[in-house]
Design a protein around this ligand. Structure first.
Ligand code: G6P
Length: 617
């Protein structure tokens, strides 16, 4: 939620800030703003709406400052409006702040500051921060007031000390124009190191074209940044050194490469993403291995329960993980939604392994759920796409999907690569435990190796799906049905449709239809049936007949030869092991949602009310 960028150097800040904001817009896009230091005075430009609207603001082109901060917002407190947009200033216009996260005790802090004579102009929680900094800068403890060099940092630290909640914060001040101060807790922030210039951003791709050298800020860590230096402090303001990470990503991978939308590009990147996820983690006839993780047989043999915890699409990938782990490893596995798991006192002990899946590695509920399991003595394993993301820094073990940056809000390649990684993990565990016949594991390996080519074959049928989308894009309700892993895939297909086309849709286990949802089937309602498991073909076909009898229009996604039936549309996909079939069956559903959204003229990459990275609970 919310993207922040910062620049301090010798060049003009505005183009770099705008460039960073545009690439962070997927984190929130209801308002945007920047603040730069112009001749030691802070100038703020902000407005509701998309980042590009900032270019229209009067005076924008005149900004020449070489120090600046910027923000693209996903509203939490206060509706999207110019007043509620960031940056926010204190009453004396000496401090400007951008913030990602939520200040839970802002009402108390607002009361306190109001009693001291401060006035508030927005409904945001953030506005307390610059005013608190100003308060401590002028009224702070003697130690802050007397030590000129530390005064700005001391005031920021005192203000931060009062905050409860989550935050990534950038502060600039007209009183200390050579410095920018940043701090974070439970919200991502990275610092990019340049030559006589430094950069700050919510995530690495936003500034990757300027530098490949990054510091990943930790929770409760402060950095004081000038154009030539970066100093790090803990929350007692004791200075410490930090190691620089070289991030070897291709900056171009974050561009659209000629595709109309990031979502379409990412759908088409799935063969490559899956190849990267497989990498050299296994070869036929050799055991699976992970470069950075080694789990002992002694530990794994004691594991009597696995939790897979995640949100949204990542949770849907987790459902395939459960099927794979239970089948191959014979360990009972529970999939849970992170926001539920963290508040329901789950039964965890040192023999529980908790796996957390998060594309971004920054989802607040998933991180909190991981911390909870750790506090109860369980080992934690993170699956993420973002190297060095918060979740991977908290977990005992981390493995990466290596799918490349995913920018579109609706997740596509992250899902398929997460399912592949879970399959490799299940095989890895099974080989350690000896819990599944090795020849069956070898067959599964060979099926997984074939997946990228088979995904390409599914993508060859794009026109077919587009035609179907054209026929149904004005509909109001849709249903997705499947059994077993087809049900898992149908959940993800239904989520994609809701997210980007705003069509109400439901996914049901096909056998559950009779227990209520069939009451909603009437003439013309579209029902998508997924049929890939040879053992369940007849069962699902019977369920589809039940909806046809009640007037439904049907689209079948299948890799089976079906008996002659009166389906309206059939999309054939290549055959594969049912354990990994969602990797193929989900693709027609991704494309269907994509084209329905396009036919409706919607913004595919930035659907209303959603954000890519949900860093608030
Ligand atoms: C948001 C995104 C979804 C994503 C979910 C979990 O809701 O819009 O696409 O699946 O967060 O994100 P994560 O980064 O933890 O996988």
């Amino acid at each position: 939620m919310c993207g922040i960028v910062g620049y301090i150097g010798s060049g003009k800040a505005t183009p770099i800030l705008m460039d960073g904001l545009l690439s962070l817009e997927y984190r929130g896009y209801d308002s945007a703003g920047i603040a730069t230091l112009e001749k030691n005075k802070i100038v703020v430009m902000k407005d509701k709406g998309r980042v590009k609207n900032l270019y229209e603001l009067e005076g924008m082109n005149d900004l020449a400052g070489t120090v600046g901060i910027a923000h693209t917002r996903w509203a939490t407190h206060g509706k999207p409006s110019k007043e509620n947009s960031h940056p926010h200033m204190d009453n004396s216009n000496s401090f400007a702040v951008v913030h990602n996260g939520i200040i839970e005790n802002y009402a108390d802090l607002k009361d306190f500051l109001t009693s001291k004579g401060y006035t508030f102009y927005s409904q945001t929680d953030t506005e307390v921060i610059p005013n608190l900094i100003h308060y401590y800068y002028t009224n702070g403890p003697v130690s802050i007031l007397e030590d000129g060099k530390q005064k700005f940092l001391g005031a920021v630290k005192s203000a931060i000390y009062d905050l409860k909640g989550s935050y990534a914060i950038e502060v600039i001040s007209s009183l200390c124009p050579e410095e920018m101060i940043v701090v974070r807790k439970d919200s991502p922030l990275v610092i990019g190191k340049g030559m006589s210039e430094n950069f700050v951003a919510s995530d690495i791709p936003a500034i990757l074209k300027y530098t490949k050298d990054f510091y990943l800020l930790d929770d409760n860590e402060f950095a004081v940044i000038t154009k030539d230096t970066i100093h790090f402090y803990d929350n007692s303001l004791i200075e410490h050194n930090k190691s620089l990470k070289n991030i070897d990503w291709d900056a171009n991978a974050a561009g659209k490469d000629g595709y109309e939308d990031f979502m379409l590009k990412e759908i088409y990147e799935q063969p490559t993403a899956v190849r990267e996820t497989i990498g050299s983690r296994f070869h036929l006839g050799e055991k699976c291995s992970f470069d950075d993780v080694a789990i002992s047989k002694e530990y794994l043999s004691k594991v009597n329960k696995i939790y897979i915890v995640a949100c949204g699409t990542a949770m849907h990938a987790g459902l395939s993980g459960k099927t794979l782990i239970e089948k191959l490893c014979k360990i009972p596995t529970v999939v849970d939604i992170a926001s539920e798991f963290r508040y329901r006192d789950p039964l965890i002990d040192e023999n529980t392994l908790c796996i957390y899946i998060s594309q971004s590695g920054e989802t607040a509920d998933t991180i909190a759920a991981l911390k909870l399991a750790k506090s109860k003595g369980a080992k934690t394993l993170a699956i993420s796409n973002v190297i060095g993301s918060s979740i991977t820094r908290e977990a005992d073990y981390s493995i990466y999907t290596h799918a490349g940056p995913e920018i579109a809000v609706a997740s596509t390649k992250a899902y398929t690569s997460q399912v592949v990684l879970l399959a490799i993990l299940a095989m890895y565990f099974a080989e350690i435990l000896g819990s599944y016949p090795q020849e069956e594991i070898e067959k599964l390996k060979s099926d997984i190796i074939d997946l990228p080519t088979k995904i390409e074959q599914v993508l060859d049928n794009t026109e077919e799906i587009k035609n179907f989308a054209k026929k149904i894009y004005t509909e109001k309700d849709m249903f997705f049905l499947g059994r077993g892993t087809d049900y898992n895939a149908s959940l993800e297909g239904s989520l994609k449709l809701k997210e980007i086309s705003y069509i109400h849709s439901e996914a049901y286990a096909a056998g559950e239809l009779k227990h209520g949802p069939i009451a909603l089937i009437e003439n013309g309602v579209t029902v998508v049936g997924i049929i890939t498991n040879p053992d369940l073909v007849e069962k699902t076909i019977s369920n589809m007949q039940e909806v046809i009898t009640r007037g439904a229009k049907t689209l079948i996604i299948t890799n089976q030869i079906l008996p002659n039936a009166n389906f309206d549309y059939v999309v054939n996909i290549p055959d594969t092991n049912p354990l990994v079939s969602p990797i193929l069956s989900v693709i027609p559903m991704q494309l269907l949602s994509y084209y329905i959204s396009k036919f409706k003229g919607l913004d595919v990459d930035k659907p209303r009310n959603l954000a890519k990275s949900v860093t608030v609970e």
